[in-house]
Design a binder for this molecule. Structure first.
Ligand SMILES: [Zn+2]
Length: 460
């Protein structure tokens, strides 16, 4: 009888809710009132955007997952974390053919689980590897080695190289403490940034890693759950992986494939918590790569199609509310319509704030737009900042959202009506059209072949 168990939990809850201090705090909390001039959403129909008819040949979908698993090593509450980042290249034409043929087979979800390109175990509480002094040291080493060991192309740069390129954008003037903390003999006990693996300049000369600058290890708890460490790690890996993929394309002189490729990332275009500084680095790097792509393609106006898709959270909740009509039934919003969000709208209606600082200023490298797809699916979409004008959240103009119309058309094709509001099933439902990214070089070659074939066709 789970109900009785739950009731046991509610007793203290009842006591808390009746407490005078709790009541006083709730009385002080501001309640949302409809302001005299409510901010309106700027909506725009796909038809008004004059869609170009462009459809990508490939979609690179990146999605991570993680789990904390107890292990038996003789110490209590020992755990390791598993983090996987699946990146799958989908052949859009093949996908659409399959869709027309028959309903997608749910068992294909398993196929995709084998397609991950990053699959790692990281030490959690009470797990110490090799000669490391403690769990934190073990985690730091494992994280560094993970970055070092992954690359899209055998001859290309490693994920660590990509990370270190992003690290170069980070201002030096920050006060990060040496990960050895009290054990460091330097008077200031400050972390000294460096590349790869190196040693602290103090007499202890203990190992430091470039990946220590992510500061994820600072959230690590010696006892108990380290869920937040895993969430941060997964989110960083997903986002750095996208940059890694783009930089590899650049190094292999394959940037023109971005004309035929869309990149879909699970979650917002943002980095939160300790590694949040990455967000600004990713913003700079995406804009640099986009400029390089413009040159490679000889098109000044080119913008890459990259989007993040949120499955849950306050924005999704708000969008779901908006779609409820006066009678509480869903489907009030018009289909194939985007809603462009401004800072004012977000602060008044979604994330309550009276601050002058723009929403997400230090964490986002893109901005949000709501989309209701042709199927009726509701999507919280993020599109990247590729230049400074995109970043102005005071305004919400169509030209501040790179490739908005193409993204809307693409989502109409990708979001299946069978799955409520979900784009992640792009990955699972269409596994048959997928090429596992851990084939590395071969994927790039396939892309190159496709591109060359198209170029040859255009010339003929
Ligand atoms: Zn030291």
């Amino acid at each position: 009888m789970p109900y009785e168990d739950e009731f046991a939990h509610y007793k203290p809850l009842k006591r808390v809710s009746e407490s005078a201090q709790v009541k006083a705090l709730l009385a002080r909390a501001q309640v949302k009132i409809n302001s005299p001039a409510p901010v309106l959403l700027k909506t725009i129909a796909l038809a008004d955007l004059k869609p170009s008819g462009w459809i990508s040949d490939f979609v690179l979908a990146v999605d991570g997952s993680m789990a904390e698993v107890p292990v038996k090593n003789g110490y209590p509450s020992a755990a390791v974390g598993y983090v996987t980042v699946a990146s799958v290249l989908l052949d859009v034409a093949k996908m659409m053919r399959l869709d027309a043929q028959r309903p997608a087979d749910p068992k294909e979800f398993r196929t995709i689980q084998n397609a991950e390109s990053i699959d790692a175990a990281l030490p959690g509480s009470n797990v110490v590897v090799d000669n490391e002094l403690n769990a934190v040291g073990s985690f730091r080493r494992a994280l560094f080695e993970l970055f070092q060991s992954k690359r899209v192309s055998e001859n290309g740069e490693s994920l660590l190289d990509t990370y270190e390129a992003l690290l170069k954008y980070k201002p030096v003037s920050d006060r990060q403490k040496c990960p050895h903390g009290e054990d460091c003999l330097r008077p200031d006990q400050n972390y000294q940034r460096g590349d790869s693996e190196y040693t602290c300049s103090c007499l202890q000369a203990r190992s430091l890693f470039s990946t220590d600058a992510l500061r994820i290890h600072e959230s690590m708890k010696p006892e108990g759950s380290n869920q937040s460490v895993l969430t941060q790690t997964m989110s960083v890996l997903e986002r750095v992986w996208v940059v890694h993929f783009l930089r590899t394309l650049e190094q292999e002189k394959l940037l023109p494939v971005l004309q035929r490729l869309a990149i879909v990332l699970d979650g917002p275009l943002a980095v939160f918590d300790d590694p949040a500084w990455l967000s600004s680095s990713i913003k700079s790097e995406l804009s640099r790569i986009n400029d390089a792509a413009k040159q490679a393609i000889h098109d000044d106006k080119f913008e890459m199609l990259l989007c993040g898709i949120e499955k849950s959270g306050a924005f999704m909740e708000h969008l779901t509310e908006l779609d409820k009509g006066p009678d509480g039934e869903s489907d009030a919003l018009p289909r194939q319509t985007a809603m462009l969000l401004t800072d004012d709208y977000i602060k008044q209606r979604i994330i309550f704030s009276t601050s002058d600082r723009e929403y997400g200023r230090n964490t986002y490298f893109g901005r949000k737009v709501f989309y209701k797809a042709a199927s009726g699916a509701l999507i919280v979409l993020n599109l990247p900042f590729l230049n400074d004008s995109h970043k102005d959240l005071k305004r919400a103009e169509v030209n501040q959202f790179p490739r908005l119309a193409d993204t809307m058309s693409l989502l109409d094709k990708l979001v299946s009506a069978r799955y409520c509001n979900a784009v992640t099933p792009i990955i699972s439902a269409h596994a048959e059209a997928a090429i596992p990214m851990n084939l590395g070089k071969r994927v790039l070659e396939k892309l190159a072949r496709q591109l060359m074939a198209e170029a040859a066709k255009a010339k003929a």
